[in-house]
Design a binder for this molecule. Structure first.
Ligand SMILES: [Fe+2]
Ligand SMILES: [Fe+2]
Length: 174
């Protein structure tokens, strides 16, 4: 990020976090489409509601800070839902494995942003740290629901995390 100005960096942060929270909400909506009516519904709904709160914050920041949202929202609309629905169709454990992988990727992403943002952006940094704590709670919910017992867990997890990293780096720019 050495070649970018603080304003460029701020725009990337808000753009990618807005898109990420949007995608996260869609993942949980995809999971709910499959797991509605099961005993897992309240747990997944709780996570979806927190993603909505995160998304609302970044939607507000997009307006307040005059940041262009990513052009890829329609893609994350479809891809997020599909990822949630397909993993849920494989079973609750696979859905939870998806949650663990995504939230681990977001944890690293938010940690890096919190470490990079300066004192002049302390309020934004505090929001990111608060959301990061929620994402870690989601990861722990996934682990508590036997995510690691999914057949092919390591491969599934690595594939989803790699996908998240590609999504993050493309969305920062586009
Ligand atoms: Fe979130
Ligand atoms: Fe989350």
């Amino acid at each position: 990020m050495t070649s970018t100005t603080p304003r460029d960096y701020l725009e990337r942060v808000i753009r990618v976090d807005h898109a990420g929270e949007y995608g996260a909400k869609r993942i949980y909506q995809g999971q709910l489409a499959v797991l509605r009516g099961t005993r897992h519904e309240p747990t997944i709904r709780h996570m979806q509601e927190q993603e909505q709160e995160h998304l609302d914050t970044f939607s507000r920041l997009i307006g307040e800070r005059r940041v262009r949202p990513t052009a890829l929202l329609p893609l994350w609309h479809v891809a997020g839902f599909a990822l949630g629905a397909v993993t849920a169709a494989l079973g609750v454990r696979a859905a939870m494995a998806c949650t663990v992988a995504v939230e681990e990727a977001i944890d690293e992403h938010y940690a890096e942003q919190a470490a990079t943002l300066g004192e002049d952006e302390a309020p934004l940094r505090a929001k990111i740290e608060r959301f990061r704590a929620d994402e870690l709670e989601h990861r722990d919910i996934g682990l508590a629901n036997e995510a690691e017992l999914t057949p092919g867990y390591r491969l599934l997890s690595a594939a989803i995390k790699a996908g998240c990293k590609v999504a993050i780096s493309v969305t920062e720019r586009v």
